[in-house]
Design a protein around this ligand. Structure first.
Ligand code: AMP
Length: 506
């Protein structure tokens, strides 16, 4: 199924409802559709055809949404580019998937213009500011839908917390399966008021946020990015019922609540229905603090660029802090050993996934694609997530313990960084912590912790080690603790472990 077929249901059903509100601009579903049609004709006039790649390098805006829909209407494969990316990443992406057109903004020209000579495949750079003029006079009739379910809709470059980003090929059917799973699991409603501040260049904002909203026909209040004060105002004033965030956003909202109303004071949100968190682990501390202040249990879910959404805590059932819940409708999960053999409940291993949501492979990289899949004894293909997890024998809920590559092996003992981070973060003086391995002549590796202190709190490294020693096996206690002002994070708030060493002020 073409994604647009799904969005069309909302356009037909709620033509006069506001689809997107961005600052003081509002567009209805019908208007959004007309704008996208006109722009699609304009892009087609520039020579874009089905199967071509076209990129956007833009902050969240109405223009971005219209551009994306126009690309979809032509069967063009969209390449979102992370706005934090600079020369190396942008030229890598453009060289890899050779887009013919790039839509960017005046403010981004400082980054793009100096690279112009190296964007060889790009025939047109179009400014978002010029889109209305470009589309003016074009017919509002919908172009023929050239793409089907198997066709690629987007090449989404992985966020690359470990190395160079790879282009995950996502088909229309992948996105449709993802929408079916999350809208059902989270009881998404046409009368939701959805606050979307996640970047639209990432799967979380684009595939979960924007797609879900357009498919259900609810109104999206779109922000250019997450500003805690603006989000807080919006949550209180705009009758928001649904919000998706990453853990750092929830920490910022707690800080904002304390600043406005005093530490620990309740902040009633009567209209609110659901807060969802993902992309990085949400600590039990934040879950509990948020519940105490806002009266809501954040629903944590697990997804990734290659698979979109996979597992989720329950909307009408338990939300267990520290877990990512159970597979979404249509997704199968198992925990496997290094040979791909399923492990019993309770044992830690790599998370394997199957489902119509799983991507089509990496663009231009048959080798990495082959490595990413495992064929089981029944001939079924499983995607190897590279995440370590375990399934609780009693609840059946899954828990993530870090990336397979981040696993620390000390004298033959496995240390899952997340477990140690959770203990550190439960200490009142610790705001956040990240644990990584450092080389050791005798033990191979030793756990080192990078700790950000909470507010004006202080604690010594020795006291923290003692605290961990009371709660964890001794080999898991960080042997070195560095106090740092903040953790290096990517655009989605995920700690970039490979950059930790550079932050250490030990
Ligand atoms: P990305 O491709 O940028 O969406 O990153 C995907 C990765 O983020 C996953 O493979 C996990 O390592 C991590 N991730 C996503 N959701 C969660 C979560 N709820 N808890 C812990 N890690 C998560």
């Amino acid at each position: 199924m073409n994604l647009l077929d799904l969005f069309q249901i909302s356009i037909d059903r709620y033509p006069y409802r506001t689809a997107i509100q961005f600052g003081d601009q509002k567009v209805t579903f019908a208007e959004l559709n007309v704008r996208a049609n006109q722009l699609a004709h304009a892009f087609s006039r520039l020579g874009l055809c089905k199967g071509d790649r076209a990129a956007f390098y833009l902050p969240n805006s109405l223009e971005l949404v219209t551009t994306y829909l126009a690309f979809l209407k032509l069967g063009v494969i969209t390449v979102p580019i992370n706005l934090l990316y600079r020369e190396t990443e942008i030229t890598h992406i453009a060289g890899d998937c050779t887009p013919r057109l790039l839509v960017t903004g005046k403010e981004q020209l400082g980054v793009i213009a100096p690279l112009r000579d190296r964007l060889n495949s790009v025939e047109h750079i179009v400014l978002a500011e010029d889109l209305p003029q470009l589309a003016a006079g074009e017919t509002s009739r919908a172009p023929m839908l050239p793409a089907g379910g198997d066709d690629l809709a987007v090449i989404l470059y992985t966020s690359g917390t470990t190395g160079r980003s790879k282009g995950a090929m996502l088909s229309h059917d992948n996105f449709v399966a993802n929408i079916a799973g999350v809208t059902r699991a989270w009881a998404w409603r046409a009368d939701d008021q959805f606050l979307l501040t996640l970047p639209l260049f990432h799967a979380h904002g684009l595939a979960v946020g924007l797609h879900g909203a357009l498919a259900t026909g609810c109104t999206t209040i779109l922000h250019d990015r997450f500003h805690a004060d603006a989000v807080f105002d919006s949550l209180l004033a705009d009758g928001i019922t649904l919000f998706f965030g990453v853990p750092t956003m929830y920490l910022r909202l707690l800080e904002e609540a304390a600043r406005r109303f005093g530490v620990g004071q309740r902040v009633p949100m009567p209209a609110m229905r659901l807060f969802v968190s993902g992309s990085a682990p949400l600590s039990a501390e934040t879950f509990n603090d948020f519940k105490a202040v806002f009266g809501h249990e954040i629903l944590e879910r697990y997804g990734m660029t290659e698979t979109l959404m996979n597992l989720s805590n329950l909307y009408a059932g338990p939300r267990l802090p520290g877990t990512v819940g159970v597979p979404l409708p249509g997704v199968s999960a198992r925990i496997c050993d290094s040979q791909g053999q399923p492990l019993p409940d309770g044992e830690a291993g790599e998370v394997y996934l199957r489902g119509s949501n799983i991507f089509q492979g990496y663009w231009n990289d048959a080798e990495k694609t082959a490595q990413a899949f495992h064929t089981d004894a029944q001939g079924r293909q499983w995607f190897r997530t590279g995440d370590i997890g375990r399934r609780d024998p009693l609840t059946g809920f899954y828990r993530l313990e870090g990336r397979a590559r981040e696993l620390i092996i000390s004298a033959g003992f496995n240390i899952y960084p997340r477990e140690v981070e959770e203990v550190l973060e439960s200490h009142p003086a610790v705001r956040e912590a990240a644990v990584a391995g450092i080389p050791d002549r005798v033990r191979g590796e030793l756990p080192k912790a990078y700790v950000v202190l909470a507010g004006d709190r202080s604690v010594t490294a020795e006291a923290l080690q003692e605290y961990c020693g009371e709660r964890l096996a001794s080999f898991k206690v960080p042997k070195v603790i560095a106090f740092v002002p903040l953790l290096p994070r990517n655009a989605l708030g995920k700690v970039q472990k490979h950059r930790l060493a550079a932050t250490g002020s030990d």
